[in-house]
Design a binder for this molecule. Structure first.
Ligand code: IMP
Length: 447
């Protein structure tokens, strides 16, 4: 059994949690490798809805190793709340392991995220304001507080002290804002973290070794990405991106394993596109069709509740995401949301609205100005009107729905192994050819 990486192929919220939950049935470990509680994973199982921000999606399998890798940034209060909630609902959380090297989101990171956006004004990124960017900035500046620091009062206090001085200066103009300006009290922050450290200690571990041992034993390890390719800090629509690398390479650095341990990379894409926050979105719809998608797909953020921007499927973005991730398979989610559209559009290239001659682009433009003025040029495919939420095999799907999935595979050059036809765990259809593209066994999963 291999290492399989799951990554978002668009701008996030593609339904990665559902696919990870599915693969977890045959896995020995699930490893989250980047991001933090800016993410939100929703899993619907037996009619019950579970929402996670930090805890890996496999947690509903009792005893499964669910690892928060070193590349994740951890808000200990959010983590503790999620653990408490799961325990209250009778979920066994003994498999939860937290890397001692993961970085901690501090109160001043959250304050800096707010103040940073306030300072940008109209140019704001639209972050989730969870302190993600400032925490990764401190990690790079070597001023970060790590999970292991919560277990040593002396070291913890020293590190907070060193990190605090520049933050106090930066936050001074905002210190009277009652809504979010924190009291940056060294003693209080130290005590709070020591208390979290005490409660979380049983879960703190050398997580790289745990993942490595599973791989060495030939067991399946699933690396769970958060956010998505087009929000990648290096390869996304910078600066309208998150502060980590949600692409497959980071599965290695963010979990402590090497590239040769990865056998498959699955991209997860919605049957249409959404984006939250600011930044270019070439296929965005500002009309009734976009509103219809938002309503049908319940496109409101799991983390912030913000309405998501909606648009047609973007094959240019997908081809790019496929390349930078070396995707071996695609899972297309929320196909049912497109039911009832007379025709469905796919952007196969971009056209610049800024060029007199209307320059076109078959590949994702690296230049920000081009990207900001790009709009989609579309192929139009016939839609379907049948309810597909009860389909459980490829052949159950209407021919036009199958044609749409085949078209996506064709334009991206990546095989579609499964499609989601509703929020439930069982609401998926496997492509008949899936077994050619993955070591995961759909047949065994169905048993
Ligand atoms: P940050 O990650 O909170 O710094 O936000 C940076 C950008 O990434 C913003 O546009 C957010 O809306 C976006 N973003 C962060 N996490 C997610 C996610 O899980 N889904 C979708 N967008 C996200």
């Amino acid at each position: 059994m291999p290492g399989i990486v799951i990554v978002g192929a668009q701008w996030g919220d593609e339904g990665k949690g559902k696919v990870v939950d599915l693969l977890a049935a045959q896995a020995d470990a699930i490893v989250r490798f980047q991001g933090g509680n800016n993410a939100g994973h929703t899993i619907v199982r037996d009619g019950e809805t579970w929402k996670f921000h930090l805890i890996p999606s496999g947690i509903l399998y009792p005893g499964l190793n669910c690892i928060i890798g070193n590349g994740v940034v951890v808000d200990p209060s959010v983590l503790q709340t999620e653990i408490d909630g799961l325990r209250r609902n009778g979920v066994d959380v003994s498999g939860l392991k937290i890397s001692a090297n993961a970085h901690i989101i501090m109160p001043y990171h959250i304050a800096l995220d707010h103040s940073g956006e306030a300072k940008l004004g109209k140019l704001e990124i639209g972050t989730t304001k969870r302190g993600i960017g400032p925490c990764y900035a401190d990690k790079a500046a070597r001023l970060g507080i790590r999970v292991q620091d919560m277990l040593d009062e002396k070291i913890l206090k020293k590190k907070i002290m060193a990190a605090l001085v520049p933050k106090q200066l930066m936050l001074r103009p905002f210190e009277r804002d009652p809504e979010w300006a924190p009291k940056l009290d060294l003693q209080q922050m130290t005590e709070d973290l020591l208390a979290y450290g005490h409660r979380l200690e049983q879960h703190i571990a050398d997580t790289g070794t745990i993942a490595w041992n599973s791989l060495q034993d030939g067991k399946l390890v699933v690396f769970e990405g958060a956010q998505a390719a087009l929000l990648d800090i290096d390869h996304g629509t910078y600066p309208f991106v998150t502060s980590s690398n949600p692409t497959a390479g980071a599965a290695c650095t963010g979990s402590g394993i090497g590239p040769r341990a990865i056998d498959e990379v699955w991209g997860i894409a919605k049957a249409y596109c959404t984006r939250v926050g600011a930044g270019p979105f070439p296929t965005e719809l500002h009309d009734d069709t976009g509103t219809r998608m938002r309503d049908a797909g319940h496109e409101y953020g799991t983390t912030t509740g913000r309405p998501r921007r909606c648009g047609w499927f973007d094959a240019v973005g997908l081809r790019y995401a496929a390349r930078i991730n070396t995707m071996s398979a695609l899972a297309i989610t929320k196909l049912d949301v497109l039911t009832g559209f007379d025709s469905i559009k796919v952007a196969t290239r971009y056209r610049s609205t800024d060029e007199i001659d209307g320059a076109t682009f078959d590949t994702f433009p690296y230049h920000q100005t081009v990207l900001h003025h790009a709009i989609g040029e579309y192929e139009e495919l016939p839609g379907w009107s049948e309810d597909i939420t009860e389909c459980r095999s490829w052949s159950d799907l209407p021919q036009t729905a199958r044609d749409y999935l085949d078209y996506i595979a064709d334009v991206s050059g990546v095989p579609v192994v499964l499609a989601g036809v509703g929020p439930g765990r069982e609401q998926i259809v496997w492509n008949n050819s899936a077994a050619e593209h993955t070591a995961f066994s759909p047949a065994a999963a169905a048993d």
